[in-house]
Write a protein that binds this ligand. Structure first.
Ligand SMILES: [Zn+2]
Length: 212
């Protein structure tokens, strides 16, 4: 009798545990239809594509070929268009800086680089949804027509240690932070070599290139 009771208690316990995991007595639905959490990156910038994940960062058929960058992609990558389609001079400067940063124990990761116009449009649409208006969204994400990412002239570097390294040493490679609100966004300013980077804009809406 005690054995039967114990078994019954165990069975109930297992049932509770199983139901607790799935949230319902039914088998869990196939997870292939549920999108991975792909919230905006720091300050609403770029959602990252997971390695091996379907190349659809936003579910709009946009993927690595459009400039989505898989997690942990480095500046020496030769297969990710977000890296390889950067302006060659910018990429060269980035690789030189990354080599020297590595000697300091700092690793650069490319969070975003070149983007197709369609991908940039998608990012702007996401930012509009997040920030509530196009005007506010444009403080963080440029339009496809004006984005330096679309022309291959801008790169977003992480993690924050790498950004700190670049803020100290980037000018020596012509790599400059352009916007005060985007410590990860770097562009080439060759005139900074041997001197210092130009003053930053508080955010992209102050950048004359973003108008017109
Ligand atoms: Zn950027």
């Amino acid at each position: 009798m005690r054995g039967v009771l114990l078994l019954a208690v165990l069975a109930v316990g297992v049932a509770i545990a199983v139901n607790g995991l799935s949230g319902s007595p039914d088998p869990a639905p196939p997870s292939s239809t549920s999108p991975p959490p792909s919230g905006p990156g720091p300050a609403g910038e770029v959602p990252r594509a997971a390695p091996g994940a379907p190349a659809t960062p936003g579910g709009d058929g946009l993927g690595v070929a459009d400039g989505a960058v898989p997690d942990h992609t480095g500046v020496f990558d030769e297969s990710v268009p977000g890296v390889t389609r950067l302006d060659p001079v910018l990429l060269g400067a980035l690789r030189a800086a990354a080599t020297d940063a590595a000697a300091d124990g700092v690793t650069f990761v490319v969070d975003s680089g070149w983007r197709s116009p369609a991908y940039q449009r998608h990012l702007l649409d996401e930012a509009i949804a997040e920030h509530g208006s196009e005007a506010e969204a444009l403080r963080w994400v440029a339009s496809p027509r004006t984005s330096a990412h679309v022309s291959g002239d801008a790169v977003d570097i992480g993690p924050s240690r790498a950004d700190e390294w670049l803020s100290l040493h980037g000018a020596g490679y012509g790599l400059c932070q352009v916007y005060g609100n985007e410590p990860w966004h770097y562009e080439l300013r060759p005139e900074a070599v041997g001197g210092s980077c130009p003053a930053m804009y508080p955010d992209p809406t102050h950048d004359p290139r973003m108008r017109g």
